[in-house]
Design a protein around this ligand. Structure first.
Ligand code: PMP
Length: 354
């Protein structure tokens, strides 16, 4: 039967999510905190009255309204909601794809840019980041943009898996040079110093993409795209009806109404990120990259072995060795609770010396 599945799809390997039931889970950039009992009870009270027999509100207006109030979304800009920002990447690719059209992104970056280009049969161009500091290689970027005239360019700011935020001037040069749409993927905005939300009015080709996943709500799957009403009015036509389910809508509204809880958690994660960075830097044989996200990229000797040994001791992080040449012997750890970070460091110290 496989002959009916397109060749490119047969050649893809599916996005793997490792088993993690008994582990300290520091592999997926999740917020490690749950809500306290008081918030959980208040949330459950809202869910008790849900009419699950009815379709969700298709435009999810209340969600958008709440997002506007806490995310500094400019009044004259439109919002599109996605079932996670993954879905929005796919919607954008479907909207722009046509004969010979190119999707461009620096590498290494979020793997779904390349994968989704493949899904929709769009030509993908990956431009290597500078070796060493993972900044944009501006000579290569601008040259590739001139040559390929990409319909869609993705810049993750801060970048996954490297954790750095590219220089703002460099991103502005990309916005000025590219004639196609440029999406600044701000999945990690809550942990970063800079956002392009305020620059939307300056660049008609700019779209800002965010997600609630890293902020503390990975389970509800809600991403959003902000841009000019002209542009988003077109892209909205591709959004599947009811893509944001009722439980997600109600939970997102509740979470935004209690935003200070998430802000407090984010603040703590940023403090713990700095402590974790310092501790890692103090360890022998480790190179650490500075991070503006909720994870840290570091390099060891024998990363695969270190990863397996951590896993055997129930500490799950991400091994990036083999994913991309400049990620040789690299590992990525998500910032957990102070206690989880302490255990991770203790176990790491043991397994590195083994
Ligand atoms: N963008 C970046 C840069 C990411 O790292 C991720 C998740 N790893 C996403 C988008 C997707 O986020 P979600 O689909 O959970 O909204």
């Amino acid at each position: 039967m496989n002959k009916w599945i397109r060749q490119e799809i047969q050649q893809l390997s599916a996005y793997k999510v490792p088993e993690s039931s008994n582990s300290i889970k520091l592999d997926a950039m999740e917020n490690p905190y749950k809500w306290d009992m008081e918030h959980t009870e208040a949330w459950l009270k809202i869910l008790r009255n849900v009419s699950l027999n009815r379709y969700p509100e298709s435009s999810a207006n209340e969600v958008k309204q709440q997002l506007r109030s806490v995310m500094q979304i400019p009044d004259n800009m439109e919002i599109i909601l996605g079932n996670g920002s993954d879905e929005l990447i796919q919607t954008l690719a479907l909207a722009v794809n046509d004969e010979g059209r190119v999707l461009l992104a620096p590498e290494p970056s979020f793997v779904m840019y390349r994968m989704i280009a493949n899904f929709v049969r769009m030509k993908y161009v990956g431009v290597p980041l500078q070796v060493g500091d993972f900044e944009l290689d501006m000579f290569a970027m601008l040259e590739e943009i001139e040559i390929h005239q990409p319909a869609l360019t993705f810049l993750a700011h801060p970048n996954n898996p490297t954790g750095n935020a590219f220089f703002v001037d460099d991103i502005e040069s990309v916005l000025e040079t590219a004639t196609g749409l440029v999406v600044i993927d701000e999945a990690y905005a809550s942990f970063a110093e800079h956002s392009f939300m305020d620059s939307l009015y300056k660049y008609p080709n700019l779209l800002v993409m965010r997600t609630l996943s890293k902020l503390g709500l990975a389970g509800i799957r809600l991403g959003f795209l902000v841009g000019s009403p002209e542009l988003l009015g077109q892209i909205e036509k591709l959004r599947l009806p009811y893509n944001i389910n009722t439980l997600t809508q109600l939970s997102a509204v509740f979470a935004m109404q209690n935003y200070e809880v998430l802000e407090q958690q984010t603040k703590q994660i940023k403090i713990d990120r700095e402590i974790l960075t310092t501790r890692l830097e103090e360890m022998k044989g480790i190179h650490v990259w500075p991070s503006q996200a909720n994870f840290i990229l570091f390099q060891t000797k024998n990363a695969e072995k270190v990863f397996e040994r951590l896993k055997a001791r129930n500490v799950l992080i991400k091994c990036l060795h083999g994913n991309y040449p400049t990620l040789e012997n690299c590992l990525r750890v998500t910032v957990g609770t102070s206690e989880e970070n302490k255990i991770f460091l203790q176990v790491l110290e043991q397994v590195i010396e083994d």
